[in-house]
Design a protein around this ligand. Structure first.
Ligand code: GAP
Length: 511
C-alpha cells in the first residue's frame, strides 16, 4: 500500500513540476477534486483526444461526431433516470468524520482478498518453477479456494442488497466484513444513505424549481436527444454511431486520488445504434475493439483487465469495465454498456416526439438499441502518464526519470538545441526549428549543459533531441538522440523530418 501511495505521490509531483497538471485554485489552497492542465498537460490531453477522435470518428465511415451543450432541458434528466436514480450510497465514520462510498469500501475489501490470491499464486509459481500449472493450482490450493469462496459470497450478498435497494443490508455487510475507517481505524459507522451526484443551478434570473437545471453528469444524453437530427442530416443507416468529447460534472462524495475521480472531468463517449436483438453481437464487437485500442498505446497488455458488472445501471442489460493498473491498483478506465432502447424510449415518452428509425432493409420502424463506449479522458491521461513515468538506473550508475510516452502522444516531438549560443549555432538551430515547426510541435532549448537539457526532455517525454554543433555549420548534419535508447546518430538536416515523422506519426498507433 505504501509503495502504491509513493508511486501516486511521485506521479502527482512530476505532473506539477513539469507543467502537466496543477491543483485548481492553488493560491486559495485549492478546490477539492478539481485540477488544471498546464502547458504540457494541455498538449498531451489534446493529443489523446485527437487519437480517440481519429480512430473512432474519422476511421469509421459509420460513426460521426457532435459537440452538444452542457446545459440541457431539465426534463432530459428526469427521462434518463438521473434525477431519481443517479445516486451513490454513502456512509460516514463517526470518529474520523470522513465520508466514504459504501460500495467502494466493499470493493476495496474484495480487492484485498484478490491480492492475497495473487500472492499465493506467485508463491506457487516460484516454488514449482517451470512445472507450475496456474489453473490447476487455483483449483486445488486450499488458501486460494477459501479466498475465492469468500469473494464469491461477498459479491453475491452485495449484489442482493443493491438489487433490493437494501441500504441497511449494505451497512450490515460493511459491519460483518469488519471494514474499518482507514483514518480512525474504527467501525463506528453511520447508516448508509443515497446521495444524488448531479450539480444543479438556475437558468436566467428566476429562482425556484421551474428554472432548476443540471450540469450534465454524462455526455451521452446530448447524443440521444440529437439522434434523429444526426441520423437525418448525415443520412446515417443503422447500425451507426455518434461520438462526442466533452465535460461532465458529478458531485462525487469521495474524490481523492488525483485526476482519477474529479468533480469536473471530460468524457469521450460513443453511442452505437443497432437493430433490436443485435445488441449483444455489437456489445461483444465494441468490447473487443476498445480493448484492442487500449493495447495499441503500447503501455503493456498486462496493465489492463476487464470486469463484468454484477450490479447493472438502470439502463443496461450488459456492462463491463476496462480496468487499468493505476498507481492505486486496478480501477475502472472505460465502461462498455449495452443500454437497450431505454434512453430513446424514455425521451420519446417524456418529449412526446417519435424517436423511431425506419429501416429500409427490413421495411420496419423501430427504436434502435444502443451499445455505448465511455472512457474518461482524465483517467486515460492518468493511465498513460503513470505507466510512462519511470525512474531508471543507467549503465554508469547514474539515474534518470523518463516519461516514455507513446511518441505520437508526446507534447513535443522534438527538442532543438544549439551546443552553445556562440559561433552562429543559435541562429542555425532557430533555422532548423523554423523548418520543423510546420510539421511537429518542437521545443527550442539552449539553456544549461547538454546533459541537463537531455534529462529535462526525458522527463517531459520528448522522443527526439536534435543537437546543432560546430560540424553542423560545415556539413549541415546534426546529432539526433532517441529518448528511449539514448543513442545518438548523425544525420543530414534534410532527413530530419522523415525520421521524426516515421516514429511520431499517429499512424503508428492507428495501424
Ligand atoms: N455514459 C455512461 C457513463 O457515464 P460511467 O461509467 O459513469 O458511464 C464513464 O462513466 C467513464 O467516465 C468512466 O469509465 C470513467 O473513465 C469516467 N469517469 C466517471 N466518473 C469520473 C470522475 N468523477 N472523474 C473522472 N472520470 C470519471
Amino acid at each position: 500500500m505504501e509503495q502504491k501511495d509513493d508511486k501516486l505521490k511521485e506521479v502527482i509531483s512530476h505532473a506539477k513540476e513539469y507543467g502537466f497538471v496543477f491543483p485548481s485554485s492553488e493560491i486559495y489552497d485549492g478546490l477539492a477534486a478539481t485540477y488544471d492542465y498546464g502547458p504540457l498537460g494541455a498538449e498531451l490531453k489534446n493529443n489523446i483526444k485527437s487519437y480517440w477522435w481519429k480512430s473512432m470518428v474519422q476511421m469509421n465511415d459509420n460513426i460521426v461526431g457532435i459537440d452538444s451543450s452542457i446545459f440541457m432541458h431539465p426534463s432530459i434528466w428526469k427521462a434518463s433516470g438521473h434525477v431519481d436514480a443517479f445516486n451513490d450510497p454513502l456512509i460516514d465514520n463517526k470518529d474520523s468524520k470522513k465520508r466514504y462510498r459504501a460500495d467502494v469500501l466493499i470493493e476495496e475489501h474484495v480487492e484485498k482478498i484478490r491480492l492475497k490470491i495473487e500472492k499465493e499464486v506467485q508463491k506457487g509459481a516460484k516454488k514449482f518453477g517451470a512445472d507450475f500449472d496456474e489453473i490447476q493450482f487455483k483449483l486445488t490450493n486450499p488458501n486460494v479456494l477459501r479466498n475465492s469462496e469468500k469473494i464469491h459470497e461477498i459479491e453475491a450478498r452485495f449484489k442482493e442488497t443493491l438489487d433490493n435497494d437494501d441500504l441497511e443490508g449494505v451497512h450490515q455487510l460493511i459491519v460483518d466484513l469488519d471494514i474499518v475507517c482507514p483514518i480512525s481505524g474504527t467501525k463506528n459507522w453511520t447508516e448508509v444513505r443515497q446521495f444524488n451526484l448531479m450539480f444543479s443551478t438556475e437558468l436566467g434570473s428566476v429562482t425556484g424549481d421551474a428554472s432548476k437545471i443540471y450540469l450534465r453528469p454524462e455526455t451521452a444524453q446530448g447524443i440521444f436527444v440529437n439522434f434523429l437530427n444526426v441520423q437525418k442530416s448525415s443520412r446515417m443507416k443503422v447500425p451507426f454511431g455518434i461520438a462526442q468529447i466533452g465535460k461532465a460534472f458529478r458531485n462525487e462524495i469521495v474524490a481523492r486520488q488525483f485526476i482519477f475521480r474529479m468533480r469536473e472531468f471530460e468524457q469521450m463517449e460513443m453511442q452505437f445504434f443497432v437493430r433490436p436483438g443485435e445488441e449483444m453481437k455489437w456489445y461483444e464487437h465494441w468490447k473487443q475493439k476498445r480493448i484492442a485500442w487500449h493495447h495499441s498505446l503500447g503501455l503493456g497488455e498486462e496493465l489492463y483487465r476487464t470486469h463484468d458488472h454484477i450490479k447493472l445501471a438502470h439502463y443496461a442489460n450488459a456492462a463491463c469495465d476496462v480496468e487499468f493498473n493505476f498507481p492505486m491498483g486496478f480501477k475502472e478506465l472505460e465502461g462498455i454498456h449495452s443500454r437497450t432502447d431505454f434512453d430513446l424510449k424514455q425521451h420519446e415518452s417524456f418529449s412526446g416526439k417519435k424517436m423511431q428509425y425506419f429501416d429500409p432493409e427490413i421495411n420496419q420502424n423501430y427504436i434502435p438499441y444502443v451499445v455505448e463506449t465511455s472512457v474518461g479522458l482524465d483517467r486515460l491521461f492518468l493511465s498513460i502518464f503513470s505507466a510512462s513515468h519511470k525512474n531508471e538506473i543507467l549503465e554508469d550508475g547514474s539515474e534518470r526519470t523518463v516519461l516514455s510516452l507513446p511518441p505520437a502522444l508526446a507534447p513535443y516531438k522534438v527538442a532543438i538545441m544549439p551546443l552553445t549560443r556562440k559561433d552562429g549555432l543559435s541562429e542555425k538551430a532557430t533555422e532548423v526549428w523554423n523548418m520543423l515547426k510546420m510539421d511537429f510541435n518542437c521545443q527550442y532549448d539552449e539553456k544549461d549543459s547538454p546533459g541537463k537539457r537531455y534529462r529535462r526532455q526525458d522527463a517531459i517525454g520528448t522522443p527526439f533531441c536534435v543537437m546543432i554543433d560546430h560540424q553542423t555549420m560545415e556539413d549541415n548534419t546534426v546529432t539526433i538522440r532517441d529518448r528511449d535508447t539514448m543513442q545518438q546518430e548523425r544525420i543530414a538536416i534534410a532527413d530530419l523530418a522523415k525520421m521524426i515523422d516515421d516514429k511520431t506519426n499517429v499512424k503508428h498507433l492507428l495501424k
